[in-house]
Design a protein around this ligand. Structure first.
Ligand code: G1P
Length: 270
């Protein structure tokens, strides 16, 4: 059973500047809640009971966002503002699931995941990247179902255009069966398209606990950061099987200014 999830939040969010300079990009609004709440709700709906938020000292405001605010609660109670109180309670409720781990230097996604080594207790765990919001169909649920059936690691994937390959980790594969990709190799943000594949890694992974010692021995890669893609590549080379899942939901890229603005339009309240 997949019960634990890691959400890396310690990145500097430079692709979303200027918005992300003071406000963590994950706390930007998307419809009636923040990007991060979309991700948390996906986790909880997929049956996750422990959510590890990897934050940094610079992003402690995320903790504050979910913490109890007695002053505000009292104020709303006095005003008998039930709707606002309900919204406040909903935020506090996430604390039942959340644990915090710190990554104070932006050393990459691989390093962020490695920082959770001691907190992860089960053999497999979920990783969700908050830049990638997936709506209409719960992608975490979908990849957990594949994991439960085949007992292996799974990565969410989607076809991208030739122009977009340099923005993503890209998948090489042996074959595709229905929505399942038999992955043979991965390359992090190649300059040009690799082989005949246009399948990109989208931010949902089911990874084995055995990846921790592998990450420890993974040198800095693309952008001088420890890349999870490079660690997964090593696992694949050691004959660990990884499936790609061409997910059913709609993908919203909330990690760039252009993508975020496009995403907001999908949630526009008329
Ligand atoms: C990360 C991963 C990359 C993946 C992407 C999906 O990159 O390293 O393999 O394709 O997320 O959004 P980042 O967006 O952190 O640069």
């Amino acid at each position: 059973m997949i019960k634990e999830a890691i959400i890396p939040l310690a990145g500097l969010g430079t692709r979303l500047l200027p918005f992300s300079k003071i406000i963590p990009k994950e706390l930007l609004p998307l419809g009636e809640k923040t990007i991060l709440e979309h991700i948390l709700d996906e986790c909880i709906d997929a049956g996750i009971s422990k959510i590890i938020l990897v934050i940094s000292k610079k992003k402690e405001i995320i903790k504050k966002y979910f913490n109890k605010d007695n002053y505000l609660s009292k104020y709303l109670i006095n005003k008998e503002d039930k709707l606002s109180l309900f919204k406040l309670k909903k935020l506090e409720n996430y604390n039942k699931y959340i644990k915090y781990v710190y990554q104070n230097e932006p050393k990459g996604l691989g390093d962020a995941i490695f920082k959770c080594k001691k907190v992860i207790k089960n053999n497999f765990f979920l990783v969700i990247l908050p830049d990638d919001v997936i709506i209409k169909y719960n992608c975490s649920k979908e990849i957990i179902q594949i994991h439960n059936r085949y007992k292996n690691s799974v990565i969410a994937s989607k076809k991208v255009t030739n122009k977009e390959v340099s923005r993503y980790g890209m998948i090489k594969y042996l074959k595709i069966n229905n929505n399942k990709i038999y992955i043979s190799d991965l390359v992090e943000k190649p300059k040009k398209k690799i082989s005949s594949s246009n399948f990109a890694i989208i931010g949902r992974y089911i990874l084995p606990k055995t990846i921790f010692p592998i990450i420890k021995n993974t040198k800095k890669g693309k952008s001088s950061e420890v890349q999870i893609t490079d660690a997964i590549k090593k696992l694949i080379n050691k004959n660990n099987s990884f499936y790609g899942c061409i997910f059913k939901g709609s993908y919203l890229d909330c990690g760039t200014v252009k993508g975020y603005n496009k995403s907001i339009n999908k949630f526009r309240i008329l």
